[in-house]
Structures are given as structure tokens and as C-alpha cells.
Design a protein around this ligand. Structure first.
Ligand code: TMP
Length: 221
């Protein structure tokens, strides 16, 4: 059965992955390819509601503290809906799916950052996502301190301009993010065929060109 191509973008907040995903999508569409983009959490009506609960730093005022395992379960509820509603139908009709975060984020943030461990995350992934894995994952790992500074600045702007506050994760301290970073490095070392890690701090354009090269080689093969 022919199947589309499933590509995910991963990295810390402020790593530039969303910018790169959008640029790649524009490039592939200009070539006439059928591209579907989405982000996690979010990307469906249910997912957008789950995103609000998970990311709004004010949501805990009404829900009470979100337990790490509940946070993980909500991430997978969002993912299950996205697979059923968007990802599987697109892959079945031979499209290219570009997804901003997927299970690697749960392994890095909940498994690593919240210290739930990879094993538990991967077991839930198997049960909930049927083991669906990306064909390719672009992992952006620029310098940790620079990524965090960028993410925190951006969130301040967002609060001021849009009034929405998505900084529940950005409020975490540097030690949390060091664990996330380390978990990403472990995923890249474990799955070198799937995960292309880009570690340098080159310009947006230089990284964009590298990503195009990587993706074109995969699509053609
Ligand atoms: P983003 O959409 O700006 O990348 O933000 C999503 C936030 O949610 C980010 O801080 C990472 C976090 N997240 C997790 O902790 N686990 C997950 O499984 C996913 C998809 C995101």
C-alpha cells in the first residue's frame, strides 16, 4: 500500500523548529507537493482545547496542579485525536505530513523533564499510537541557553500582544530544560536513521537549506 511521508520537527522551545517547518512546507508546496501541517499539542478542535489546559500558565488556578502522569496522558489524548483525524488520513492519501512535535516531545519533556522515564512513555505510545513512527525527525538542538532566552522573550511579547499566555512550560527552570535536552540527545543516539540532529547555531537560511537537502534525499528514496 502506498503511504505518504511523515516528518516531525523536534527541539526545545525557542529552537527555531516552527520557523523551519513553515519554510519547508512553503518550499514543498511550491514544488507542487501535497503537504499537511499540524502542531502538537493542538491541530484538531479537541487538541486545541487540550493545548489550552496544558500550556496556559493560568489553567492550574482552576484545575489545581497538573500531575506529571496526567500531563502525559493529556499529551497522548491530543496525539490520538490528531492521528485519527489528520495524520492517518493524510498518510493514507499519500500526502507529506509535517508535524511540529510528536512522541519524542513526550519522551523528552515528560520522560526526561518530568522524570517519568522513557519506558513508560514508549509503552503508552505503543498502546495509543499503535507504534506509528515518523519516517524522519528533524531535531534542532542549538545552544540551550540561547533557545531558552529566545522562548522566554517570545512569550513575554505574546502575553502583551495577544493576551494569551502559553508559558506553563517556559516557566520551568534551567535544570528541567537540561534534562529535556539530554533526553533529546539520547533519542538521537538511539535512532540515528530516523532522527537528524542539527546542533549548530547557523543562520535560519543555512539550516533551512540543510533541512531541504535531508528531506529531498528521503522523499526521493
Ligand atoms: P510549542 O507548540 O510552542 O512547541 O509548545 C508546546 C509545549 O508543550 C512545549 O513547551 C513542549 C510541551 N510538550 C510536552 O511537554 N510534551 C509533548 O508531548 C508535547 C507535544 C509538547
Amino acid at each position: 500500500m502506498s503511504r505518504g511521508t511523515f516528518i516531525t520537527f523536534e527541539g526545545l522551545d525557542g529552537s527555531g523548529k516552527t520557523t523551519q517547518l513553515n519554510r519547508l512546507a512553503a518550499h514543498l508546496r511550491a514544488q507542487g507537493r501535497d503537504v499537511v501541517t499540524l502542531r502538537q499539542p493542538g491541530g484538531t478542535a479537541l487538541g486545541d482545547r487540550i493545548r489550552g489546559i496544558l500550556l496556559d500558565s493560568r489553567s492550574e488556578a482552576s484545575t489545581g496542579a497538573i500531575a506529571p502522569i496526567a500531563e502525559l496522558a493529556l499529551m497522548f489524548a491530543d496525539r490520538a485525536q490528531a492521528i485519527a483525524e489528520v495524520i492517518s488520513p493524510a498518510l493514507e492519501t499519500n500526502k507529506i505530513v509535517l508535524c511540529d512535535r510528536f512522541t519524542d516531545s513526550s519522551e523528552a519533556y515528560q520522560g526526561g523533564g518530568r522524570q517519568l522515564g522513557s519506558e513508560q512513555v514508549l509503552a503508552i505510545h505503543q498502546a495509543v499510537c499503535g507504534g506509528l513512527l515518523p519516517d524522519l525527525t528533524i531535531l534542532l538542538l542549538p545552544d540551550l541557553a540561547a533557545s531558552l532566552a529566545r522562548a522566554r522573550r517570545r512569550n513575554q511579547r505574546h502575553v502583551q500582544q495577544a493576551g494569551t499566555d502559553e508559558n506553563r512550560f517556559e516557566r520551568e527552570g534551567d535544570v528541567f530544560y537540561q534534562r529535556v535536552y539530554h533526553a533529546y540527545e539520547e533519542i538521537a543516539a538511539r535512532e540515528p536513521h530516523r532522527v537528524e540532529a542539527i546542533r549548530d547555531d547557523a543562520s535560519i537560511e543555512a539550516i533551512e537549506a540543510r533541512i531541504r537537502g535531508i528531506v529531498e534525499a528521503r522523499i526521493e528514496n
